[in-house]
Design a protein around this ligand. Structure first.
Ligand code: GTQ
Length: 345
């Protein structure tokens, strides 16, 4: 590809005339917006070790009462996007949220979609659209766009969870806003149990009125058992991985971001081809190595890292005896809907 003319090649009076009329020449910037062969992501490969952020999050608990924060969260920001923009990748927001015993994060609903991956502690719950969802380590709880949600804590020790939102995308679209609400009555406790057996769903009526999001809570005990059953029954399978889906449609459980859980068998080395989507890895149990060209992260339990799109990745379980479990988030559902999703190599 040959060089294109630069801005400096143009006479200053011509540039000024353009600027005055809100006009911009394309050619000096054409290669920046359409780079050859592959995008140049701002997203950097970054790891946020839990042992580094946990004391700072607990300190936030001492420094700031709930009334002053509504959500007590440290954002896992990617420096490639500028720390204040609160982006782990172009489309994904990550935050570690702390709720102390007896605290309550007030009811609201917003246009971005969120999920919670529980990292530590027992006794907290998220009430979503009248459904009280208990929170234990590894559970995934959806708070989809437009649904009321609030967090409470009846336990005795701090509870921490990882928030994953499509906030950067919705904010970029100038479609991000929140509505405050009153505490929700619990109207549907346990409805999710109706969806927790593979292969069958309630028929003919849906248990929940919002059929877009019939299942709001995916308990880790069930997901872990599904991974183990997959490994036992399909020993030759290329990857022991399950996707979090809408049990009534089989589609991804949310429309923008996709979620999955992955088991690496003892000693397993899993080479993943370059995909166009950015990916977040969160270590639920054990320790995996996440390696891309030039960088590797050795994740310990509760660590989180992100990998930009178009990047081949190798996951390794160095343990000869124990499986390890990862949670992943990516923007593949969005890219597939837009027709730009690619797998390379
Ligand atoms: O718990 O509703 O990390 O609204 C960011 C925005 C959490 C929440 C975040 C939110 C929430």
């Amino acid at each position: 590809m040959h060089e294109l003319g630069r801005l400096e090649d143009l006479p200053q009076d011509y540039r000024d005339a353009l600027t005055e009329r809100n006009l911009v020449p394309l050619w000096p910037s054409l290669r920046a917006v359409l780079p050859p062969h592959a995008p140049r992501p701002r997203t950097q490969p970054i790891c946020w070790p839990y042992q580094d952020l946990r004391p700072l999050l607990l300190q936030a608990g001492e420094l700031t009462p709930m009334e002053k924060v509504e959500r007590r969260v440290l954002v896992l920001a990617n420096p490639g996007h500028g720390l204040t923009n609160m982006q782990a990748s172009a489309t994904m927001y990550l935050g570690m949220q702390l709720l102390l015993p007896g605290e309550w994060a007030p009811s609201h609903r917003h246009t971005p979609n969120a999920v919670r991956m529980v990292v530590e502690g027992e006794g907290a719950y998220t009430t979503v659209d009248g459904e009280k969802c208990p929170m234990s380590r590894g559970d995934l709880i959806l708070t989809p766009t437009g649904l009321w949600h609030e967090h409470g804590h009846d336990g005795t020790a701090p509870v921490v969870w990882l928030d994953v939102l499509d906030l950067p995308l919705i904010y970029y679209m100038e479609a991000s806003y929140v509505t405050e609400g009153k505490p929700q009555p619990v109207t549907a406790q346990g409805a999710d149990a109706a969806y927790q057996r593979g292969g069958v769903v309630p028929s003919p009526v849906f248990v929940r009125s919002h059929a877009h999001f019939p299942m709001l809570r995916y308990p880790w005990a069930d997901v872990r058992a599904a991974l183990q059953a997959l490994d036992r029954s399909q020993p030759g399978i290329a990857a022991v991985q399950v996707a979090y889906i809408n049990p009534e449609t089989g589609a991804d459980c949310q429309k923008v971001l996709g979620y999955s859980a992955l088991m690496l068998r003892p000693g397993e080395i899993l080479a993943l081809p370059a995909r166009s989507c950015a990916t977040v890895y969160h270590q639920i149990e054990g320790g995996a190595r996440v390696a891309i060209e030039g960088t590797a992260f050795d994740l310990a339990e509760a660590d989180t890292c992100c990998v930009p799109g178009y990047t081949a990745t190798t996951l390794t379980n160095a343990s000869a005896t124990e499986p390890v479990y990862l949670f992943t988030a990516d923007d593949a559902p969005l890219q597939k809907k837009l027709g730009v999703y690619e797998v390379r190599g």
